[in-house]
Design a protein around this ligand. Structure first.
Ligand SMILES: Nc1nc2c(ncn2[C@@H]2O[C@H](COP(=O)(O)OP(=O)(O)O)[C@@H](O)[C@H]2O)c(=O)[nH]1
Ligand SMILES: [Mg+2]
Length: 390
């Protein structure tokens, strides 16, 4: 799974990325500090199923600490987008090509309203405006790609297949292409679209294929009223208030041994010997996370993974009684699956051979046989039984 972090300049994209991944990246108040994309790994967190089963796990593809399973998620931080990026303004939009494989996007906005759409300082700027701007630039970028290939698309009877081929790597499905066309009353057979049609189609397709969560960042410099106002304005979006700067400072303090801090929690405990200055900063941050029930950063990643992308966690095992793999590791893997996925989809995700030879599955919690078409539930523990050895 890949999550792209996008937004106008100076909103805190790189700070959020660093907080999520603890990768050293250049953070600055100058617009366009980030030119090459930063790649890193964040962790979606969920209560591990081990306590429910009365066992203690040995995770392999993920981490478990304090009963919380941490599942790795790829994240990418790209350069800022400005109005007119599709016309080459700012960094242009070529760098968006780094995002084509993203499953979902997190748009970082400045909820304090102290930076404008270009990343310049201002008073009372409207963060909702940035959301429309970025959406428009994304649509224009996609429309441009389609437009470039329009003559070859138009030659084909089956426009949806042609578009899917052009957008290979984009993670778009034929159903999404169909929906985007239907929403604009456009025909996909022998496509003859105007530029405006293509733009409308691209706008719909980008919304369907790259769903966006809004991270209302810099909440430490804003009021909760500002956050509520943005939520009202962006009622179609999941909006999560956060302070990437505080999360980054807390994770760094934890890394340097000053505090014990579990990302996402609303408190921490001191353990090192902070200087007076550090103590002062820690007190401020403790107050903040007490008041806001955490920094919101972990919620950003969890909401985009579980809510926006409709994902559940499933634990495949080879021994349905001990919940282990063939090496005896208890609940080794936590696998993210889209809601509605079947036991066969899970087998496919583990190994295509396993799926080919799959006979049935076992719900290890209930110790009952289920068919290939069994629809997986969150926290299911599943053994895939196949005709292959093992
Ligand atoms: N008050 C506050 N400032 C922040 C926060 N996150 C980032 N910043 C500041 O915003 C500026 C731009 O940050 P950066 O991460 O480089 O933004 P980007 O251009 O969107 O990648 C820097 O001065 C950061 O210190 C936050 O949560 N609160
Ligand atoms: Mg940046």
């Amino acid at each position: 799974m890949l999550i792209g972090i996008i937004g106008a300049p100076s909103k805190g994209k790189t700070t959020l990325f660093s907080a999520l991944t603890l990768v050293k990246a250049e953070i600055s108040s100058r617009p366009f500090t980030t030119i090459n994309p930063n790649y890193g790994i964040a962790y979606a967190t969920t209560k591990c199923v081990d306590s429910e089963l009365g066992v203690s796990c040995n995770p392999k593809n993920s981490i478990c600490s304090n009963g919380i399973r941490q599942i790795p998620i790829n994240v990418i931080d790209v350069a800022g987008l400005v109005p007119g990026a599709h016309l080459g303004k700012g960094m242009g939009n070529q760098f968006l090509n780094d995002l084509i494989q993203a499953d979902a996007l997190v748009q970082v906005v400045d909820i304090s309203g102290k930076t404008d759409e270009y990343g310049n300082p201002c008073d009372n700027c409207d963060p909702a405006k940035e959301v429309n701007m970025v959406q428009g630039e994304l649509a224009a970028w996609l429309a441009e790609i389609l437009q470039r290939h329009m003559s070859s698309i138009a030659r084909r009877n089956d426009g949806s297949a042609a578009i899917k081929e052009i957008l290979s790597g984009f993670n778009v499905s034929v159903e999404q292409i169909q929906k985007a066309a239907d929403a604009n009353y456009l025909s996909l057979s022998n496509i003859a679209w105007s530029q405006e049609d293509t733009l409308k189609f691209a706008d719909a397709l980008i919304r369907l294929s790259k769903p966006v969560l809004i991270a209302a960042n810099k909440l430490d410099a804003a009021s909760t009223e500002q956050l509520e106002e943005l939520r009202r304005r962006l009622s179609g979006y999941e909006v999560v208030g956060c302070s990437a700067a505080i999360e980054l400072a807390l994770r760094q303090a934890a890394k340097s041994g000053l505090i014990d801090y579990i990302p996402g929690s609303s408190t921490f405990s001191e353990k090192g010997k902070p200087t007076d200055e550090q103590r002062h900063a820690l007190e401020y941050m403790l107050q903040y996370i007490n008041k806001h029930n955490g920094t919101g950063v972990q919620e950003v990643i969890n909401k985009v993974v579980f809510d926006v992308l409709n994902t559940i966690v499933v634990y495949p095992v080879e021994d349905e009684n001990k919940y282990t793999d063939h090496n005896g590791n208890v609940l080794p893997d936590a696998i993210l699956m889209r809601k509605g996925s079947t036991a066969l989809d899970l087998a496919e995700k583990i190994h295509s051979e396993l799926a080919k030879k799959m006979l049935y599955a076992i719900d290890a919690k209930k110790k009952v046989r289920v068919g290939k078409e069994y629809v997986l539930k969150n926290n299911d523990v599943i053994k895939i039984v196949s005709a292959a050895k093992g």
